[in-house]
Design a protein around this ligand. Sequence first.
Ligand SMILES: C[S@@+](CC[C@H](N)C(=O)[O-])C[C@H]1O[C@@H](n2cnc3c(N)ncnc32)[C@H](O)[C@@H]1O
Length: 179
Amino acid sequence: MLLKLVNAKKTIEIGVFTGYSLLLTALSIPNDGKIIAIDVDRKNYEIGLPIIRRAGVEHKINFIESQALPVLDKLLEDHENEGSLDFAFVDADKGNYKNYHERLMKLLKVGGVVVYDNTLWYGTVALPEDLVEELVDGVHMKEMRKHIMQLNKYLATDSRVQICVAPLGDGITICRRIY
Ligand SMILES: C[S@@+](CC[C@H](N)C(=O)[O-])C[C@H]1O[C@@H](n2cnc3c(N)ncnc32)[C@H](O)[C@@H]1O
């Protein structure tokens, strides 16, 4: 719906895994729309690729196997890319969300939208720190909570965006670039 609301045509996704959210984006943008999809691991993307092919949307996807930050920096070397994106979805390493945000604020057009996933971090952002477990199934809960809380504070005071936190799944923060 968000993609439709902003008439998204040129988009970026940071953190693809098997391509579940990527497929949804690819199905929502027009036939000549484009998605730059970045993930450090192509193997998982290839698990979902047959489904993407069956859906007839592979031609919209430019998958780049890489750390996301250098790709964003490379895009910014070409001034034509500034203000060119309609939509971004960020669902990767939480410690870099703030770094992604700084780059995306240049790559997104005014009126464009970036969505950050996991911004409620299993609800732990609302818990006192001593009630949060250090490690759950190999995930560093406390450390990630700290990153997400820093991001949430940062976004709340960033005058370049209007934001809305939606309690969907693990929480998403929707940011609309206003200048
Ligand atoms: C939660 S999964 C993405 C799920 C996907 N967006 C979905 O909804 O189906 C996170 C992904 O981020 C990728 N990732 C982690 N750190 C990254 C980085 N620095 N640059 C690019 N991708 C990264 C991981 O390889 C993993 O596939």
